[in-house]
Design a protein around this ligand. Structure first.
Ligand code: ATP
Length: 429
């Protein structure tokens, strides 16, 4: 007989089935024992006669194969239960669990949670995080594929950093210097230039920043897209907005159970996401919150206050900030006027989740931009030379998946939205 998922038991009332899963809880009464069995689709109460020798000494989280008949029976989980005919242990638990995972809330520190990652992920509420992640990633892929984008896979070992700065992990690559990629930037532009016009990638990237914050990881997942034949950066924001609407729709269709479990509301985009220029944002912060913006950039407090403003003024949990200064954006960014750029960030619930913009597609302008940044373009020749051979106007964006997920679910530390986070002190599991 084939295995039935717990989710489908209700359709099998009074029928014989085999289910398989983990022992979530055991409650022994005088003549019978209740075992709550859990599989990827849900939980069910199984009723076992105490004469069955297997139940004696059965530990939580053992893996069982259970056959029996689905019977009507109201309990805290379902309107049915399983009257067990036979039990088989597929994998036994050797020692006491280091953390208790069958409680309503997983009340342990973040470190304990991450040290015992596989067990903590078995907790329903932690398990839900990566189910939601899957819906987001699938939504991103689905929307872009429908819009004519193709998925690409770019190298993670590179000769030069794409984002400037020093936050690069250096490798010894057969006695040459190489680095772990900070982003797919050059390669996604090169694939646009190769004639694909519209490309996307969901990949892991690496930042060697010494930061130890609740919003940075040293390895993170970037959802990137890049598209050609745009008018300007507004087209990129349009596509991000449509893509986010698609993902939110999908979360409503497929993620409601998880969101309910986590007691979190799915955000809404009811009107166009407001777009304000950086200078205007700085003025808003000064006039409304007496917050002075320095260094042409928003710090975390600035982002938080601007989100507050967007909520009050536009009833929006999202806000685009555009036209960042040239000083603050990488060399590939299309300039606007003397000091500005055709760039934007998207801020969601108080934190930046996206950077994007139009890129330079003119060879001479690109060479000049490298010079302005004090970089030798010859060190980047395999990228820069592409622009000698006809590259259309284009642009794109990057969304940090773990950061988006954390903000979406109201999780304070980004380490919790990475299954196996990498930070300065964490290299295992
Ligand atoms: P921040 O200013 O928050 O450090 P950034 O400007 O360095 O971010 P970008 O290089 O513009 O980030 O990357 C685009 C997106 O990728 C960010 O909006 C963020 O969502 C995500 N991201 C970047 N660096 C990290 C990181 N170290 N950990 C997690 N996510 C990151």
């Amino acid at each position: 007989m084939k295995r039935t998922l717990i989710r489908s038991l209700e359709e099998n009332l009074n029928k014989n089935v085999i289910i398989k899963g983990w022992v979530h809880r055991v409650r022994r009464l005088k003549g019978i024992t209740f075992i709550i069995l859990r599989d990827r689709s849900g939980m069910v109460q199984c009723v076992v006669d105490n004469k069955d020798p297997i139940i004696h000494g059965l530990k939580c989280e053992s893996v069982l194969e259970v056959s029996g008949t689905v019977k009507e029976g109201k309990n805290s989980l379902n309107n049915f239960e399983l009257a067990v005919e036979s039990l088989k242990v597929l994998s036994k638990v050797e020692e006491d669990l280091p953390i208790e995972i069958n409680s309503e809330e997983l009340n342990i520190s973040l470190d304990t949670m991450l040290n015992n990652r596989i067990l903590s992920l078995r907790h329903e509420k932690k398990n839900a995080i990566f189910r939601i992640q899957h819906i987001i990633v699938e939504g991103f892929r689905e929307f872009l594929s429908r819009e004519g984008f193709i998925e690409i896979f770019t190298p993670k070992i590179v000769a030069e950093g794409a984002e400037g700065g020093t936050a690069l992990f250096k490798l010894d690559y057969f006695r040459k210097d190489a680095y772990l990629a900070q982003s797919p930037q050059f390669y996604k532009q090169m694939m646009v230039a190769a004639g694909y016009e519209r490309v996307f990638e969901i990949g892991n990237f690496f930042r060697a920043e010494e930061h130890d914050t609740a919003r940075h990881l040293n390895q993170f997942t970037s959802m990137d897209l890049e598209l050609a034949f745009i008018e300007d950066e507004q087209d990129i924001m349009d596509i991000e907005e449509e893509m986010l609407k698609h993902i939110i729709n999908k979360l409503e269709l497929e993620g409601t159970r998880c969101f309910k479990m986590l007691n979190v509301d799915i955000p809404k985009i009811l009107a166009p996401i407001p777009r304000i220029e950086f200078e205007y944002a700085a003025r808003v912060l000064k006039e409304n919150y007496n917050k002075i913006v320095t260094d042409n950039d928003l710090d975390p407090e600035g982002e938080r206050l601007l989100s507050e403003y967007a909520k009050e003024k536009y009833n929006s949990e999202f806000i685009f900030v555009t036209n960042y200064s040239r000083k603050k954006r990488p060399m590939y960014t299309m300039p606007k006027g003397i000091n500005g750029t055709r760039s934007f960030d998207l801020i969601f619930k108080g934190t930046e989740i996206t950077s994007g913009g139009q890129r330079i597609h003119d060879y001479d302008m690109l060479v000049e931009s490298f010079e302005i940044k004090g970089l030798n373009h010859e060190n980047f020749s395999s990228y820069v030379n592409v622009f000698k051979y006809g590259v259309p106007p284009h642009g794109g964006l990057a969304i940090g998946l773990e950061r988006l997920l954390a903000l979406l679910l109201g999780i304070n530390n980004i380490r919790e939205t990475s299954a196996f986070p990498r930070d300065r002190s964490r290299l295992t599991p």
